[in-house]
Design a protein around this ligand. Structure first.
Ligand code: F3S
Length: 291
């Protein structure tokens, strides 16, 4: 039986940068606070916690003073920076440059829309860290759309500027754009609709590669934390191509009955937050399964 690890899976450069920043800091210091999970993968968080990383919540940020806090790749709203300044907290900012650029665009878009009495709309997951950081650029006035079911929140007769959370899927974004266009048409107004495709290539470019990878293998083991947005999306991409695709977060979740005697190849892949070492561990465990 062949076991293939997808070479395109694993951390994106934004996550690599955040993790290396934490590791480098912890080489010289005993501990470092991190605002929220550094990555949506419990196994990797546990590994870094052993090196001295301590995950804190936003509430805890307001309660500590004179410390150093790492900001993860997802980025933060302006309120977190203000809180840090107030509490004399030194920030190690590992926000992904792609997210920072997007925050800037959303901020400018918000000011433009304000002048036109329009609305900023963000296609993303309500409550997701990146979305909170983006909405913070609009004084939390942005309308968050998780799916086409949420579109009633929009007034289709007023200008609309649309952005996307970086890690959403291309198909979902296209569906939102199409439906907004139809609803504008139905409103009978010539509404100004500005579309900003702000999906990150580190996720969207993986989908076509994963489609090919999923077809090539008899069984797919998709390794990801359950909180990862792009993990959920990329797993759906695999499942569509190969019904024998399974989502696992830990080695314990791997069910040996998935690998029966007819299975000739097992493909192991994952999200932008899945560490390569974890996919390698999964490969080792699969090797030991006797169908
Ligand atoms: Fe940055 Fe894209 Fe990763 S926005 S954190 S490189 S998925």
């Amino acid at each position: 039986m062949q076991i293939n690890i997808d070479k395109n899976s694993g951390f994106c450069f934004g996550v690599v940068n955040a993790i290396e920043t934490a590791e480098n800091y912890l080489k010289e210091h005993d501990e470092l606070y991190c605002l929220g999970d550094i990555v949506h993968n419990n196994m990797e968080v546990e590994r870094l916690e052993k090196l001295g990383l301590k995950t804190i919540t936003h509430k805890e940020l307001s309660q500590i003073t004179n410390s150093t806090v790492l900001l993860r790749a997802h980025g933060e709203p302006p309120s977190s920076y203000r809180m840090a300044m107030k509490n004399n907290i030194k920030l190690v900012d590992a926000s992904c440059p792609v997210v920072l650029r997007l925050q800037n665009r959303v901020f400018n878009g918000y000011n433009d829309m304000k002048a036109q009495k329009g609305q900023v709309v963000i296609y993303g997951k309500e409550g997701h860290a990146e979305v909170l950081g983006l909405a913070g650029q609009t004084l939390d006035e942005a309308i968050i759309i998780g799916s086409a079911n949420d579109l009633d929140k929009i007034d289709f007769t007023r200008p609309i500027e649309l952005y996307s959370q970086t890690t959403k899927g291309k198909e979902g974004f296209a569906e939102i754009v199409d439906t907004i266009k139809k609803r504008i048409k139905a409103s009978g107004k010539e509404t100004n609709f500005i579309i900003n495709d702000t999906l990150c290539g580190a996720v969207s470019n993986r989908a076509p590669q994963l489609r090919k990878f999923s077809k090539k293998n008899d069984v797919i083991l998709f390794v990801s934390g359950t909180k990862s947005s792009n993990g959920k999306y990329l797993y759906t991409v695999c499942k569509e191509q190969n019904p024998n695709s399974y989502f696992i977060s830990t080695l314990e979740e791997l069910n040996p009955s998935w690998i029966n005697s007819e299975v000739k190849s097992v493909g192991i892949c994952g999200a932008t937050s899945t560490p390569m070492w974890l996919m390698e561990e999964v490969a080792k465990t699969v090797k030991e399964i006797k169908p």
